[in-house]
Design a protein around this ligand. Structure first.
Ligand code: SF4
Length: 305
C-alpha cells in the first residue's frame, strides 16, 4: 500500500482532514494550525496587542499547545506579557504528574507560572469535597476551577484570560446548553461575570481537537499523563461521544454546530425578555436568584474581590 502524500507538497502525510478530504505533512499541518491560531487571535474576541494575558494551563494537550503558541508566536508578535495559571484540584493519582509537566513546559517556554490549590483557596481538595458523591465531581470541579482562574487572572492584573477550548469543546457546549434547556445560554444572553470578571479569549476555538493533538505530538507537547479518575462521570463525556460519532459519520459537523450557534445568537440577540439577574450575596457574581453555584458549593468560603 502506498503511503498518502501531502495535498500541498510531495512529503509523506501525517494527518487526514476528513472534512476537506486532504492529507497534510507535518510542515503543512503545523502551518495550518499556526495560521488558524493567528487568525482567531486577531479576530473578534481576540487580542489587539500589549495585553497582560493569564493563561489557563492545566498541563493537558490543549492548554500545552495554547501556551506554546502564545509564548512562541503571539507574545513576540503582539508584545504580550504571559502568566500561566494551573489549578491543583487535589485529585490523588492524577494531578501531581500533570503539574510536574506544567512546571517543566512553563520553564522551557520562559513563562511565569502560578499554581493555585483547591485546598488553600476553597478549604478542601476536590477528593474531599466530593467524597460519597463522586458522580458530581466534574460539576463541582468545573464551577470552582472557573472561579479560581477568574480570581487569579483578576489578582494578577490580567487584561484577558486565555483558555484552551478547541472546536470540539465549543460544539459540545452548544449541544449541552440545548440538552439542559438553558435558553439564555442558547441565545448567548447570559451575563458572563461580575465587575471583576476578566474577559476570556479562546485562541484555539476554530481548531478541531484532532489538529491540536497532532500538533502537540509533532512539537513535543504531549507526554504520557494519567487520566483524571472522575472523567467518565462528566455529562460532557457522553456529549463528546455523541458529537464525535456525528463528526465521523458526517465530517464537518463540529464546525457546522458552532457556525449555526453563532448565527442563532445573532438572530436571537435582543429578542429574549431580560432575565431577572441579581448578584450573589456572598461574592457579588451575577446569578438568577440566591447565592451563585460556587458559593453554594462552598458555603460562602470564596472571597469577594
Ligand atoms: Fe475536573 Fe472532571 Fe476534568 Fe477531572 S475530568 S479535572 S474532575 S472536570
Amino acid at each position: 500500500m502506498t503511503h498518502p502524500t501531502c495535498a500541498a507538497c510531495a512529503e509523506p502525510a501525517v494527518y487526514l482532514d476528513r472534512a476537506a478530504g486532504e492529507h497534510l505533512c507535518a510542515d503543512h499541518l503545523t502551518a495550518r494550525v499556526e495560521a488558524t491560531f493567528r487568525a482567531t487571535l486577531r479576530g473578534p474576541g481576540g487580542l489587539s496587542g500589549g495585553e497582560r494575558v493569564a493563561v489557563a494551563f492545566s498541563g493537558g494537550k490543549d492548554s500545552s499547545v495554547l501556551l506554546h503558541l502564545l509564548a512562541s508566536l503571539a507574545a513576540p508578535e503582539l508584545g504580550l506579557a504571559l502568566v500561566a495559571v494551573t489549578v491543583d484540584e487535589g485529585i490523588a493519582g492524577y494531578r501531581d504528574e500533570t503539574i510536574a509537566w506544567a512546571r517543566t513546559l512553563a520553564d522551557r517556554l520562559g513563562v511565569e507560572h502560578r499554581v493555585i490549590g483547591f485546598e488553600e483557596a476553597c478549604g478542601s481538595d476536590l477528593d474531599v469535597l466530593v467524597r460519597g458523591r463522586e458522580g458530581r465531581a466534574c460539576t463541582v470541579c468545573g464551577v470552582l476551577r472557573r472561579r479560581l482562574l477568574q480570581q487569579a487572572a483578576h489578582e494578577l492584573g490580567a487584561d484577558r484570560l486565555a483558555t484552551g477550548h478547541c472546536l470540539d469543546d465549543e460544539a459540545e457546549s452548544v449541544v449541552m446548553n440545548w440538552l439542559r434547556g438553558d435558553l439564555y445560554r442558547v441565545a448567548g444572553a447570559r451575563p458572563t461575570g461580575g465587575e471583576s470578571m476578566v474577559p476570556r479569549t479562546k485562541p484555539l476555538a476554530r481548531l478541531p481537537e484532532k489538529e491540536v493533538v497532532s500538533y502537540a505530538l509533532l512539537h513535543d507537547l504531549a507526554p504520557e499523563l494519567p487520566e483524571c479518575p472522575y472523567a467518565h462521570h462528566a455529562l460532557r463525556s457522553g456529549i463528546r461521544g455523541l458529537v464525535h460519532r456525528a463528526e465521523r459519520q458526517s465530517p464537518g459537523t463540529l464546525a457546522r454546530i458552532v457556525a449555526g450557534q453563532s448565527e442563532l445568537e445573532g438572530r436571537l440577540r435582543g429578542l429574549l425578555p431580560p432575565a431577572d439577574f441579581s448578584t450573589c450575596p456572598d461574592c457579588g457574581e451575577p446569578v438568577l436568584g440566591g447565592p451563585c453555584r460556587a458559593c453554594t458549593l462552598l458555603g460562602g468560603a470564596l472571597e469577594k474581590h
